[in-house]
Structure formats: structure tokens, C-alpha cells
Write a protein that binds this ligand. Structure first.
Ligand code: SF4
Length: 352
């Protein structure tokens, strides 16, 4: 069954993975900080995917917060198109399910495998978008098990040519990569890329030029905002949309839906980013009947729907209550935005 994460800030918080572990072995991989990714095991199967889709469509409660076809994000903690896929073909089997059911989803990958003929043939019939992580060839040495930058660009072209939306994830972005990224914008344009998501590197150790925010060392806003603005200006001039995968910059992107699919499908907009920054009124109706069990616990400290503790908490609160708590918690809000506009909105916030 797909797993939920980041429900308070993410438009697409249901994550789907066909493998556990990943042989791409990216040096900066955040997943390997928590688990040994060199041991690759099977994760979700085509059958569990089909069960999930059927249950939702038969009206059985699957995730109480969503009562519509919330798009799945495929490839949250492992790459669905890593080399082992050519032996096991779990992702190919899942694509068959997606092609048949037309359930919406996004693929996230660093491998050109997804553009091989047998996958392209299925993608043609899917209701999906494909994201490739790519900044420039300088990253090839740090992503030795994945396709090279130029192989990914070739794959982007093949996929956009069959009418599937292609989005580049410029992550983990470093301020010093600004020139290389902007030099590659033309290549992306020629490959039919629709949009670019920018998200900066987070370190577990104190790296030069970073500051500590909770458990991570990150580049300060005054470093990353000008880089983001400059890249955005150049990309927009070429007709490429730019989104902020970086929580602290989300409101400055071309859409609050940082996956770049907000105009394609209904997504989970009843989250903090839309409550704070969306000009249109966020639809909260979907939340009213979604009691997760009506408990009254009021923990002092909690983060953004990622930990087991948060998920336990979700079972004891209704989602509306959780949002109210989040909107009144500066420490949680500062995780994703710290600018004046946000604090104005928080000051004027009236609980639902
Ligand atoms: S592709 Fe993703 S999951 Fe795989 S090693 Fe690289 S960062 Fe980690």
C-alpha cells in the first residue's frame, strides 16, 4: 500500500515504491543515512497497486483524508528504474496496471531505462508525468550507478515526444552549480521539458556556508533565494516553468504545486502552503468528515507528518485539528517558510 509522508506541506503525499534499496548509489543519498540501500529488496507489487486503486474506486476507505484519485508519487525512497528492474520487471508490471486503470502518478528517476521501447509503449497509455533528476554532467561522478546526465536528457526527449509531461528535478542543488544549470536550460528546452524543480542540498554535517535548522545544515535563504530567482528568470524566458522543491521558497515558484502537475490533476491542496500562500480559497470541505478518531492529545512538539510519531498522532486527531495546530506552531512553520508574508498570515489566522 502506498505510504503517506509530508501531509501537512505536500500536495502529493502518497508515496509508492517498487523496490527497497537502490544501486544508483548517489553519494549524497538521504535514504542511505537511514537504511542500507545496497541490499535491494522487492517493495510494492503490481497486485498491491491494483488493490489500492480498486479499493479507492469501489468506495472502500483507503486513506481517510483523500476521497478522490490522489496522484501517487512513484520513486520516493528508491529508483523504480534502477538496473535490477531489467531482471525483476516489477516496475514494468506496475506500468501495465497504471496504463490499464489510468490512475494518475508521477515517476521520479535518474535512469534512462524508463525510455526503453517496452516502457515507452506503456507510458503512452498512462495518465502520468515523468521527473528526471538532472543538473549537469558534473554530477555524473557522484551518481555512478545511474544514467549519465546526457543519457537522461536523451530519455527526456523520447518521453516528451510521446506527449508525456517531463519535469527536471534540479536537486540536490548547490549554489555553485548555478552556471552549469543555466547553461543546460537550452538542452532541457530542446528535450521538451515542461518545468524545473529546484531544491538545495541539505547536509548532516556542518558544510561551508550552511546553518543548522533542526537536524539539517542548509544554505541560508539569503544565499539560495537570489540563485533561485536568477535561474527562474532565465528558464521562464525559454518557456520553462520553475517550481520550488525547497520548502522555504515554495511561494516563489510558478505554482505552489512544486511537482509541476497542479494543473493536470486534483491534488491535496488542503495543506499549509496553500492555506498560507494560495490566492484562491483552499477547499477544506474534504477534511470535515475525515475524523481520524477524535482524540484530544496536544503534543507540544511535532514535525511535519513524516515520523512514525506523527503518523500515530494522525490517527488520534482529525486532520482539521492537525492543521490548526500547525498554523499556530511557529517552530513547525519555520521548517518551510520564514518570510514576513507567512508570519502576517499566521498572525491573522482564525482556526477552522
Ligand atoms: S537514485 Fe535516489 S534512492 Fe537511489 S541512490 Fe540516488 S538518491 Fe538514493
Amino acid at each position: 500500500m502506498p505510504k503517506m509522508s509530508n501531509i501537512l506541506i505536500c500536495d502529493m503525499p502518497l508515496r509508492f515504491d517498487t523496490y527497497k534499496g537502490c544501486s544508483h548509489g548517489c553519494e549524497y543519498c538521504f535514504v542511505k543515512l537511514k537504511t542500507d540501500i545496497s541490499k535491494i529488496q522487492n517493495d510494492e507489487s503490481a497486485q498491491t497497486l491494483l488493490n489500492f486503486i480498486n479499493k479507492r474506486r469501489n468506495g472502500e476507505v483507503v486513506e481517510k483524508i483523500f476521497d478522490y484519485d490522489i496522484p501517487l508519487h512513484w520513486g520516493g525512497v528508491s529508483d523504480p528504474f534502477q538496473p535490477l528492474e531489467l531482471e525483476r520487471r516489477r516496475s514494468l508490471d506496475c506500468l501495465k496496471v497504471f496504463a490499464k486503470t489510468k490512475y494518475p502518478f508521477i515517476i521520479s528517476t535518474k535512469n534512462a531505462m524508463v525510455s526503453r521501447p517496452e516502457y515507452l509503449e506503456l507510458l503512452k497509455d498512462c495518465n502520468c508525468a515523468v521527473q528526471f533528476s538532472a543538473i549537469g554532467s558534473s554530477y555524473d561522478d557522484f551518481e555512478k550507478g545511474a544514467s549519465t546526465f546526457l543519457e537522461r536528457v536523451e530519455a527526456m526527449k523520447k518521453i516528451s515526444e510521446i506527449g508525456i509531461r517531463v519535469i527536471v528535478r534540479a536537486q540536490p542543488m548547490l549554489p555553485k552549480m548555478e552556471n552549469e544549470l543555466t547553461e543546460n536550460l537550452k538542452l532541457f528546452k530542446e528535450a521538451g521539458v515542461h518545468g524545473l524543480i529546484i531544491e538545495f542540498m541539505k547536509y548532516k554535517y556542518k558544510a561551508v556556508g550552511t546553518l543548522k535548522v533542526r537536524g539539517d545544515n542548509v544554505y541560508p535563504l539569503e544565499t539560495i533565494k537570489p540563485v533561485f530567482d536568477r535561474v527562474k528568470k532565465q528558464a521562464n524566458a525559454l518557456g520553462i516553468k520553475v517550481y520550488a522543491g525547497e520548502n522555504r521558497l515554495r511561494q516563489y515558484g510558478d505554482s505552489l504545486n512544486c511537482c509541476g502537475v497542479g494543473d493536470l490533476w486534483k491534488t491535496h491542496e488542503a495543506n499549509l502552503n496553500h492555506l498560507l500562500f494560495d490566492d484562491k480559497k483552499v477547499e477544506l470541505k474534504e477534511l470535515h468528515n475525515n475524523i481520524l478518531s477524535g482524540g484530544s492529545s496536544q503534543p507540544n512538539q511535532w514535525s511535519l507528518g513524516q515520523s512514525t510519531k506523527d503518523l500515530e498522532l494522525l490517527k488520534t486527531l482529525n486532520y482539521k485539528k492537525l492543521l490548526n495546530m500547525a498554523m499556530q506552531s511557529k517552530s513547525s512553520l519555520s521548517d518551510y517558510t520564514i518570510d514576513k508574508k507567512a508570519y502576517e498570515a499566521i498572525k491573522n489566522f482564525k482556526p477552522y
